[in-house]
Ligand binder design. Structure first.
Ligand SMILES: *Cc1c(COP(=O)(O)O)cnc(C)c1O
Length: 399
């Protein structure tokens, strides 16, 4: 272990990322898979995870911001790549020149991308987004016919190609929610309108991870999977990671900074929200909200120390928190595992999500830059044959 990783580390298992991509592809055998690597690969590191996802057959990568897509190109990725969160005056020209598919949700964006394509003499790849009910980004159905006609006119002129029509679910993580069927119907109608306008998109896509896992009728040509790539279940209602053959890729671990005996009645951490019930041993974990450990999990977050689940005692501070070992033995330098795949007795990111009143997505994504990512490959560690990486389009080291 390198010195910077001695305090704490997030070990990312790239074999788990590859096997998750394969498991998700098996769920949607008739569709291509887009691995969503926004927000630094949900905190796992966008470039190494993108590389692992490509190796396991992800035909597409997806990001929210154009800058996130540019970083993948800079790292050597040459495959299909899409980004969707644009604001007026965004870097359209650079995206066009880097062969990145761009999302367009309204006429202002269509005008900007058309102007940028004319300015650089290239054809933009545009994916039109319809709001089928999420109420976030996307063109309202009432404006969709106009947007598709305007896009077709720009296509005829050679400024752009409409490569995709797509939308996003609101409640795919709540199986049976009535909005799911309504969004599917609205999407089919929007596809019909696009076709009537003369558009022939190469990919139609709607499914995120929960829809990839549970809604075959939503798979269309492409599924966009984010959280499942990292092995975390989208919600307890959908099922556990294990139910779908997914394996959490991140293990967050620290080395105890102090272990000491204290008498009963000893206040612990800011505000003294915890007091030792009797003489005991306190262990100090050198991670805090400055590393992305949610302060909302004060008094609640689970940690594996000295062979047992312990609970955060008192408040989580910026850099550290305390666990009460109940008089049991440990030493400074011993491991404290906050979360991992869960099969060595440690909690999972979903357990932390419950403890903090949030979701596993937020737990892994928030882990800050102060925590070094260490890339491991369980296929190599276990001496198993490693995947041939012939399909990889990213170059450069992963660690
Ligand atoms: C984040 C995101 C996804 C991936 O969602 P998961 O639930 O993580 O699979 C897919 N599509 C869009 C538009 C997104 O913003």
């Amino acid at each position: 272990m390198n010195e910077t990783a001695k305090r704490a580390r997030a070990a990312i298992d790239l074999a788990a990322v590859r096997s998750n991509v394969r498991a998700l592809r098996e769920r949607a055998p008739g569709s291509e898979l887009m691995a969503v690597v926004k927000s630094d690969g949900y905190g796992h590191g966008a470039v190494p995870c993108a590389r692992a996802a490509r190796a396991a057959g992800a035909a597409w990568l997806g990001t929210a911001l154009p800058e996130e897509a540019f970083a993948l190109r800079a790292a050597g990725d040459t495959g299909r790549l899409m980004c969707w969160l644009w604001t007026p005056g965004g870097p359209w020209r650079k995206a066009i020149e880097l062969d990145i598919d761009v999302a367009v949700s309204g006429l202002w964006a269509l005008r900007e991308v058309t102007a940028a394509a004319r300015a650089c003499g290239r054809t933009a790849r545009v994916q039109l987004k319809i709001d089928t009910g999420l109420g976030r980004n996307g063109c309202q159905p009432a404006d969709w016919a106009e947007l598709t006609r305007a896009a077709r006119a720009a296509e005829a002129e050679g400024a752009l190609t409409v490569t995709g029509v797509w939308s996003h679910f609101a409640c795919a993580d709540e199986p049976g929610h009535p909005s799911i069927a309504a969004q599917l119907a609205a999407f089919r109608e929007a596809l019909g309108t696009a076709e009537a306008a003369g558009l022939r998109p190469e990919v139609r896509h709607l499914a995120n991870t929960p829809a990839t896992l549970t809604l075959p009728e939503a798979h269309f040509d492409l599924v966009r999977a984010g959280i499942g790539v990292y092995g975390v279940s989208p919600s307890p209602e959908v099922g556990t990671s294990e139910d779908f053959g997914l394996r959490p890729a991140m293990t967050l671990e620290a080395s105890l900074a102090s272990v000491k005996r204290v008498p009963g009645g000893h206040g612990v951490s800011y505000g003294h929200r915890y007091s030792t019930p009797g003489a005991t041993t306190l262990a100090l974990v050198p991670l805090g909200y400055g590393d992305g450990i949610p302060r909302h999990a004060s008094g609640a977050g689970p940690v594996l120390v000295a062979g047992k689940w312990r609970t955060v005692a008192g408040r989580i501070a910026m850099d550290q928190f305390v666990v009460d070992l109940g008089g049991e033995h440990a030493e400074a330098g011993d491991p404290a595992v906050l979360f991992g795949p869960g099969d060595r007795g440690e909690p999972t990111a979903e357990d932390w999500g419950r403890a903090a009143g949030t979701i596993g997505y937020e737990i892994v994504t928030r882990i800050g830059t102060r925590v070094p990512r260490v890339y491991v490959d369980s296929d190599i560690r276990n001496g198993a044959r490693q995947e041939p990486e012939g399909n990889t389009t990213l170059t450069g080291g992963t660690t």
